[in-house]
Design a protein around this ligand. Structure first.
Ligand code: NI
Length: 256
């Protein structure tokens, strides 16, 4: 009995941790005048009233041939887009995976060249880590704006001022790297995900790939559409600024 209660509490703690930072920032449904609604049949009315639901899955620390390749296969099969924050030093030898991401409608972002802690790195190192990754990405898939996800989600105000693209945090973190269990990771996300969320996962782990595909299946069944981070901003009409860290398009994370 005691054990069951402990498990219940532990499960709750995982759920609350996944919902992370300032859960609950949601936008309300659009207002539709009654005179328009009254003219419609039931199906059309429901379609209008049901807000479209979008969510962005993000994958850090790749690419890795086996896991990232399998994830891309699964996303393609399901017609789901995602965002990959790649480590620069892992690009060499994996160019074909990046070209596949690009061709299949995913967004590619910068996760520094060697996964450094930007908050405590020298300013020169910050600039170099970001720049070197941009160069290898440009060589692999061409020119573009490669948004930054700082490793560990941490970057101070002074170092953020050196960043020339928007920065992406997350609003749902199931701690997949710690759980290493597809069922638990999927449950942690399903327990708190809401429209407009940015979900943090790592395509480095086979269990996270399995979890991601389960999440896509379950949320698509609920009417969700999977978009890139960039698309999520565009859909919500938010023009992201360089050097600002976004937990979602409607939520800026303070720099500490
Ligand atoms: Ni990382």
């Amino acid at each position: 009995m005691k054990k069951a209660r402990f498990l219940l509490l532990a499960g709750l703690a995982v759920l609350l941790a996944a919902c992370g930072w300032q859960a609950g920032a949601v936008s309300g449904p659009a207002e539709i005048p009654m005179e328009i609604l009254g003219e419609l049949d039931e199906a059309a009315r429901r379609e209008l009233l049901d807000d479209p639901k979008y969510v962005a899955l993000t994958f850090d620390d790749g690419p890795r041939p086996d896991t990232t390749g399998r994830l891309l296969d699964g996303l393609l099969e399901r017609g789901a887009a995602a965002t990959f924050f790649v480590i620069g030093q892992q690009v060499q030898g994996n160019e074909a995976l990046l070209q596949r991401m690009e061709a299949e409608g995913h967004q590619i972002g910068n996760h520094t060249y060697s996964h450094v802690r930007l908050q405590t790195a020298e300013k020169d190192t910050v600039v170099e880590e970001i720049h070197k990754t941009e160069v290898v990405l440009q060589e692999a898939v061409g020119a573009g704006s490669y948004w930054l996800r700082p490793p560990y989600g941490m970057i101070g105000e002074q170092r953020a001022a050196l960043v020339k693209t928007p920065m992406v945090y997350w609003s749902v973190d199931p701690q997949d790297w710690k759980l290493l269990d597809a069922g638990k990771v999927a449950a942690a996300v399903m327990g708190c995900v809401k429209p407009g969320d940015i979900v943090l996962l790592h395509d480095f782990y086979p269990s996270s790939v399995d979890a991601a595909l389960t999440i896509v299946d379950q949320l698509q069944a609920q009417g969700y559409t999977f978009v890139t981070v960039e698309e999520l901003f565009r859909i919500q009409g938010v023009n992201p600024e360089a050097g600002v860290l976004y937990a979602s398009p409607s939520l800026i994370r303070p720099l500490t």
